[in-house]
Write a protein that binds this ligand. Structure first.
Ligand SMILES: C[S@@+](CC[C@H](N)C(=O)[O-])C[C@H]1O[C@@H](n2cnc3c(N)ncnc32)[C@H](O)[C@@H]1O
Length: 247
């Protein structure tokens, strides 16, 4: 894959899971460069359609919200609201903690916590984490994020909160696959039901869907036009827009 926006591999250690961003058993991280590339492709598609933001962003398989938090930090000047849900209640606490880092208040609390660790253990890793937290603070100086909502939901069932219906500009998600996280669903075809339910919550005039998955899952659905399908290493990602039929 050729990077269009993140052409240069930078040092993303400030975003390392467990450093300032939280990690926990059962949650996964995501390559920051790739996340930043995909979200910028989404912004570009929306901008080309005349939608300059600010945007609402939703990850319906959010896990510990690593992906959303990274995107939120990097693009806090373009995003007004963030929604995060997962079927697994156990990861939502981590998601909330990570997403709290998108506010100055949350990041300051994290800095205080890291300072306590420095006093207690005097470890280089904690000193470096504090330096990272200071740099992350700079990213969110111009933040316009007003609202962050986390809730439990099975994306293969149509039970989305009414408050997000038809309001989402960007759905981005890293689908369950592999050893750590697999689909949890009673659906005979979770991927089809995923597309169906995401369709319902998108703002149909201004929205895109970015789906990241392993290469075994067929990323297509009749309600979506696939704009891109890109293979990268063990992953693939597809970017879609909803197909709207005018009556
Ligand atoms: C690859 S992980 C996502 C990691 C996340 N992007 C992050 O940055 O932390 C996939 C997630 O899908 C969740 N999941 C599995 N089945 C689901 C379902 N039916 N509805 C919603 N989430 C589901 C898993 O619990 C897991 O947290």
């Amino acid at each position: 894959m050729e990077y269009i926006y993140e052409r240069i591999q930078k040092n993303y250690e400030d975003f390392a899971s467990g450093r300032v961003l939280y990690n926990a058993h059962g949650t996964t991280a995501f390559p920051v460069r790739l996340a930043n590339e995909i979200i910028q492709r989404c912004f570009q598609i929306l901008e080309a359609k005349g939608s300059k933001g600010p945007y609402s962003l939703y990850d319906p398989c959010c896990g510990g919200a690593y992906l959303l938090t990274v995107i939120g930090i990097l693009h806090s000047d373009k995003i007004r609201s963030i929604f995060a849900s997962d079927i697994n209640c156990d990861v939502l606490g981590v998601a909330e903690k990570n997403l709290s880092l998108l506010s100055a208040n949350g990041l300051n609390k994290r800095k205080e916590q890291i300072k306590e660790y420095i006093q207690l253990y005097n470890k280089v890793s904690h000193i470096k984490a504090l330096e990272s937290a200071e740099r992350l603070s700079d990213f969110i100086l111009g933040s316009i994020i007003e609202k962050v909502t986390t809730f439990q939901s099975d994306v293969t069932i149509s039970n989305h909160k009414s408050e997000i219906s038809n309001k989402i500009n960007i759905v981005i998600t890293d689908l369950p696959y592999g050893d750590i996280v697999t689909w949890r669903s009673n659906s005979s075809d979770p991927l089809i039901d995923f597309f169906e339910n995401v369709f319902e919550i998108l703002d149909h005039s201004h929205s895109v869907l970015a789906v990241i998955a392993d290469k075994s899952q067929k990323l297509k659905h009749e309600k979506f036009k696939r704009i891109e399908l890109v293979k990268i290493g063990k992953r693939q990602f597809g970017i879609f827009e909803p197909i709207i039929h005018s009556n």
